[in-house]
Ligand binder design. Structure first.
Ligand code: ATP
Length: 761
């Protein structure tokens, strides 16, 4: 049956019993992890257990260790905190506590434990595993258990899932809960920003992070804060307070009405002296006479419903944890399930814990460079990117770790939005404008896409022109779907007239085809012989050359329903636990509808009396021409024979979301900065700003016909990579306007597994 997709019983016929517990501070997404483990375990033919109240439940035993059925985890995806409870358990730190825990596990017949918690919890778990044989031996010696009882459980399998809002664990790019926590922080700072602007105030906001500045850094980038203070990278120089005050004054002189400073709980100066929010408030009040308020966000940061990213991360990791249990043995080191390069990974749990401890040690000996190096490679770079888009003065190019190679050019950069609006478009334009100006370039905003360019609506953009854009949805520049072929000659003329030497296109598939049109017309129009970068921004995530487009995370969080590509349907289906997901990549047919109806009838028949649940089917807008949402709904209703009813909701433009999600804001900033650097690298033939000025009325001074100079800026795992539009052609399904390969189809399989659809696997 659907509960047992695979048989994993041991040679003696014993069914594997896998338990999960949540420990340490609660983190949003822990419930999704529990659901993932429970359902994956059942699907794999194992029995699933939940240990309540963390290690305390293990020590106490009895009804703290509960067998879990498929429906026991219903509703877990959308619930914050941890339903099965967590605790800080003193007893488990001592051997007698662990002895008791071992006895309880053997009594229940459990020999696999998935622990979701922070580094402390995972250390405890590995210690428990290492001690396990000696604990069993002692239990036999003291006659608490017999040899026959312990014999089948000679080895304890431990798998770690990292549930921690701080994102402070080494060997994984992200931990369960950190992204939701970032959502809460950004919502709070966005709210604070509007009151700060209204009253022309300064706000000092304290966020969590005792040893890790990830939350402060990401929130700084995502909210466009003026300054951040984190434990790993104290402000440099003894005169940092003077520099900070001078910079804030410059911002104010430029017309900024608000000042936001984010302080990590663990922020310190070069001498390890804590930098407290109160110190910061006093500094701004006394030195700059700003009307300054302080907000300590505290536990608000942990709360609320998990964001899509955390639901999906925890779900995928929960499923992987069960696979890791089934693959482990006495000789395999305890694995920790992480996320690297956008892929769920398994690493050595104890190595990860040791590396995590190394950061705190490096900070303690004032080795701040070492501490930053121990964070993931993007961390250092993102700190520099925060500074580069926040400071109003000249900045150095941001090192990509491959040595210094960039020249100072002084380019005239045109920026245009193409296609439908998507969350993060404005954030990308803001970062491009700020970074370009700080690098000595002159950015120009092109209004309303290509029709705007044809009409000559091009305007220089100053530092303050993009103030506050990071939080805004839609397209501030104005966007349009029309292609350059509307009037290629006029597009070329206007680019030449304004002496645009590099073009940044932020938009969807239309921006990709626009790049292609101009690239293909280079022989006819020399004005197109310049570097062009396309930053993908579309909720459909259907641009080749990137794993994620700007806007799709915002959209997923706004709503999870029908869309032109299957991406949103699959990812939102996973996040809400949909019963079935119809996508264009697979289409809809009668056989599939019959399967779904049969499944629904069976599931509703199984529901306890009076406890029927709602079930969700997600249909992509373009899944089928024949089987419309209404037709599918009518068929389901008819076939339900009054066992269940069916209703539809077509979500439409609501899906574009309003304010962009933190992930989209951070991705936008990163891509925009990389895009400007790409332009610098590919702008040959222009050596200085002065040559640009002398060429102002002639054609473009940058003449680059290299196919590599027209590229899509893509997100690939934790890297930004540029791929020429020409070379992407072979990976593009032009007819259906999407990439030929869709990496997210694996998620669909997991979605089916966890919604009990082994008939679709
Ligand atoms: P957070 O990131 O929220 O602090 P954490 O998992 O690091 O999470 P801790 O309080 O360090 O939180 O640990 C949680 C529980 O794990 C402890 O209360 C204890 O029961 C167990 N634990 C932690 N460290 C050890 C250890 N060295 N040996 C045995 N058990 C431990």
């Amino acid at each position: 049956g659907p509960d047992q997709a695979f048989d994993t019983s041991e040679p003696g016929g014993r069914r594997r019993k896998i338990a999960i517990l949540t420990s340490g501070g609660d983190a949003p997404g822990m419930n999704a992890a529990v659901r993932g483990v429970v359902r994956a375990a059942i699907s794999r033919g194992c029995d699933a257990y939940a240990v309540h109240e963390g290690y305390q439940g293990l020590v106490d035993g009895g009804n703290m260790i509960k067998r879990m059925g498929w429906d026991d985890v219903q509703g877990y995806l959308s619930t914050g905190g941890t339903v099965i409870g967590t605790a800080r358990c003193k007893a488990f730190r001592e051997r007698p506590g662990r002895l008791q825990a071992a006895k309880n596990l053997v009594k229940e017949g459990i020999d696999a434990l998935v622990v979701c918690g922070g580094d402390g919890s995972l250390t405890g778990a590995d210690l428990f595993r290492a001690e396990w044989p000696s604990l069993l031996q002692e239990l036999v010696e003291t006659e608490e258990l017999t040899e026959e009882e312990t014999e089948p459980f000679a080895h304890l399998n431990i798998v770690g899932l990292v549930g921690s809002i701080d994102n402070d664990m080494a060997s994984t790019d992200i931990t369960i809960g950190a992204t939701t926590c970032l959502h809460r922080i950004c919502e709070s700072i966005d709210s604070i920003s509007s009151t700060a602007s209204s009253h022309s105030r300064a706000f000092v906001v304290e966020v969590m992070g005792r040893h890790c500045g990830w939350l402060a850094l990401m929130a700084g980038i995502a909210t466009g804060a003026d300054f951040i203070f984190i434990p790993e990278r104290p402000p440099s120089g003894d005169d940092w307070q003077d520099n900070m005050c001078a910079e804030i004054k410059r911002h104010r002189d430029l017309g900024k009405r608000k000042t936001i400073v984010i302080v990590s709980e663990g922020a310190i100066d070069n001498n390890l002296k804590p930098i407290s929010s109160k110190d910061m408030m006093d500094l701004l009040t006394d030195r700059l006479h700003l009307d300054t308020r302080m907000t300590i966000l505290g536990h608000v940061q942990r709360g609320g419903k998990p964001c899509v990213f955390d639901r999906n991360l925890a779900t995928m990791q929960g499923v992987e944890a069960v696979e890791a249990v089934l693959a482990s043995g006495p000789d395999v080191p305890s694995p920790m399930i992480g996320m690297n390069e956008n892929t769920i990974s398994r690493t050595d749990l104890m190595k990860a814990v040791a590396l995590t401890g190394d950061v705190a040690k490096a900070i303690a000996r004032k080795d701040f460079v070492g501490a930053m190096d121990l964070r993931d490679p993007a961390f250092n770079q993102q700190y520099d990117q925060f500074v580069a888009t926040t400071l109003s003065n000249r900045v150095e190019p941001i090192s990509d770790g491959e040595g210094e190679k960039k020249k100072d050019h002084g380019l005239r950069i045109g920026i245009i939005n193409v296609g439908a609006p998507a969350g993060g478009m404005n954030a990308a334009v803001r970062a491009a404008v700020r970074y370009a100006r700080n690098r000595g370039h002159t950015p120009f905003g092109i209004q309303n896409g290509f029709p705007g360019l044809i009409a000559g609506h091009v305007k220089e953009m100053k530092w303050m022109d993009v103030d506050g854009w990071i939080t805004r949805g839609g397209s501030e520049l104005g966007t349009n779907r029309d292609q350059p072929s509307l009037d290629l000659g006029m597009v070329s003329y206007q680019l030449q007239k304004f002496n645009i030497q590099s073009l940044l296109l932020v938009g969807g598939f239309e921006a990709y085809t626009a790049c292609l049109e101009m690239y293909n017309a280079r022989n006819v129009y020399p004005a197109f012989c310049m570097p062009m970068v396309h930053i993908p921004a579309t909720i459909s995530n259907n641009v080749p050359g990137t794993e994620y487009s700007l806007g799709c995370d915002t959209s997923l969080n706004a709503i999870m329903d029908a869309c032109k590509s299957g991406f949103l349907a699959v990812m939102s289906g996973l996040a809400v636990g949909a019963t079935s997901v119809y996508i264009p990549e697979e289409g809809i047919n009668l056989t599939r509808l019959q399967k779904d109806v049969r499944h629904l009838c069976q599931r509703y028949a199984e529901d306890a009396e009076g406890k029927s649940q709602g079930r969700i089917i997600i249909r992509s807008e373009a899944a089928s021409k024949t089987y419309s949402t209404d037709i599918v709904s009518a068929i389901i209703k008819e076939e339900g024979h009054q066992q269940f009813d069916s209703r539809t909701a077509i979500l439409g433009h609501i899906q574009q979301g309003n304010s962009p999600s933190p992930l989209d804001r951070v991705r936008a900033t990163r891509l925009a900065i990389s895009a400007v650097e790409f332009m610098e690298d590919h702008a040959c033939g222009l050596s200085s700003a002065s040559s640009m000025a002398s060429n102002a009325s002639a054609g473009p001074a940058v003449y680059n016909k290299d196919p590599e100079s027209v590229a899509v800026a893509g997100i690939h795992g934790s890297n930004v990579r540029f791929t020429s539009v020409e070379s992407l052609l072979k990976h593009t399904d032009m007819k259906n306007r999407k990439p030929s390969h869709t990496w997210w189809m694996d998620y669909k399989r997991t979605g089916n597994l966890l919604s009990r659809r082994s008939d679709l696997l």
